[in-house]
Design a protein around this ligand. Structure first.
Ligand SMILES: [Zn+2]
Length: 306
C-alpha cells in the first residue's frame, strides 16, 4: 500500500468526490484500483494516490537497458514528431526545448538531431540509464528543480506525463514560468471521455497505479484556464485503441503491452496504404469533433505580455 492514503482531489484539494471506476489490477499482488470524480472541479483521480514519486512503478524501463535504438524507438514516431515540430517552428523563434518526463528519450533524440538545444528531465533511474547509453542530454530532476531557469525555454513538451503527476496545478504553473513569453507547451494524455474507456470500462488498459490524474478535453482546458494564462491554440482528440476493443468484443483481455503491440501493428498497416490513411483521417476528424479519441493533444502558448 502507498505510505499515505489520500482521498482528496489532487487538483483543487476538495474532499467531495465519488467513485466512477473500480478495477482489480492484473499484476501481482492483486490490488483494487478506484478512480474518483471530484464533485467540485470534475477532475478524475486515483483514490489512494501518493504524493511521492514511486520508482517501483517504473521498473519496466530496466528491461530496456542495453537494447539498441532500433528496438526501442519506433520509426513512425519520428514522422509524427517531424510534423509537430514543423508546426511549432512556425510559432516560436528560439530553439530551446525542455522535454518533461522524457522516458527512454526518443523525442530528446529527435530534437537533438533536429538541431534544437535540448534537455530531457526524468525521475526514473532505469529510464535515465537508457537515455545515457545513447549520450542524450538528460537530467534526473523534476520540473521544479532550481537549476531550470525561468523564461528560458521556447518549447516544453509532456508526452503522456501529466497523468502521472500528483501536483498537476503546480506543474502547469511552473511550466508557464519556465517558458519564454510567446513560448509553447505541447502535451498529450489519455482521454477519460474516449470510446476506448467507454467500451472497455474497468478493463481500459490505461487504468493503473502509475496514473493519478485522468483528463477529458474539458477538464484539461478548465485546469489551464483556472491556474495559468495559456492561450489554447488547439485541443484535439485522436485515435482509437482498435486492438483492445476487438479483443474485448471477443471476450478476451489484453495487457497494456499487448495493446501497444496490437495498435503499433495496425498503425504500420494503415501508414502503408493510402486508402487506409484516408480512412484514418476521416475517423480522426469524427473523433475530434465528438471529443472521443483515445489521446488528447494540446498545444498552447504563453502570452507575450501580461
Ligand atoms: Zn477537484
Amino acid at each position: 500500500m502507498p505510505s499515505s492514503v489520500l482521498v482528496y482531489c489532487p487538483l483543487c484539494k476538495s474532499s467531495h468526490s465519488e467513485v466512477v471506476l473500480r478495477k482489480i489490477a492484473a499484476i501481482v499482488p492483486k490490488q483494487s484500483i478506484a478512480l474518483r470524480c471530484c464533485l467540485e472541479c470534475g477532475a478524475i483521480f486515483l483514490e489512494d494516490w501518493d504524493e511521492k514519486f514511486l520508482p517501483e512503478l517504473y521498473d519496466y524501463y530496466a528491461e530496456r537497458v542495453g537494447l539498441e535504438k532500433d528496438r526501442l524507438y519506433h520509426p513512425l514516431n519520428d514522422a509524427r514528431y517531424a510534423e509537430l515540430v514543423d508546426e511549432i517552428e512556425r510559432l516560436v523563434l528560439g530553439r530551446r526545448i525542455l522535454d518533461v518526463g522524457c522516458g527512454q528519450g526518443q523525442f530528446v533524440d529527435f530534437m537533438v538531431r533536429r538541431g534544437w538545444e535540448t534537455l530531457g528531465v526524468e525521475l526514473s533511474e532505469s529510464a535515465m540509464t537508457v537515455c545515457k547509453q545513447f549520450a542524450l542530454p538528460v537530467k534526473k530532476i523534476d520540473v521544479f528543480d532550481s537549476t531550470l531557469i525561468k523564461e528560458s525555454f521556447d518549447l516544453i513538451t509532456l508526452f503522456e506525463v501529466i497523468e502521472h503527476v500528483p501536483t498537476p496545478k503546480q506543474m502547469v504553473e511552473q511550466i508557464e514560468q519556465l517558458l519564454k513569453p510567446g513560448g509553447v507547451l505541447y502535451l498529450t494524455t489519455p482521454n477519460f471521455n474516449s470510446i476506448d474507456r467507454r467500451v472497455l470500462g474497468a478493463s481500459w488498459h490505461v487504468v493503473h497505479r502509475e496514473h493519478i490524474m485522468y483528463f477529458t478535453p474539458n477538464t484539461l482546458k478548465n485546469m489551464l484556464r483556472r491556474y495559468t494564462h495559456f492561450e489554447v491554440l488547439r485541443l484535439h482528440t485522436q485515435n482509437l485503441s482498435i486492438a483492445a476493443i476487438r479483443e474485448k468484443i471477443k471476450g478476451r483481455l489484453l495487457n497494456p503491452s499487448g495493446v501497444r503491440e496490437g495498435d503499433q501493428m495496425l498503425r504500420q498497416t494503415i501508414e502503408s496504404s493510402p486508402a487506409m490513411r484516408l480512412l484514418k483521417l476521416g475517423t480522426n476528424s469524427m473523433l475530434n469533433i465528438l471529443g472521443w479519441g483515445s489521446t488528447i493533444t494540446l498545444l498552447c502558448r504563453k502570452p507575450m505580455q501580461r
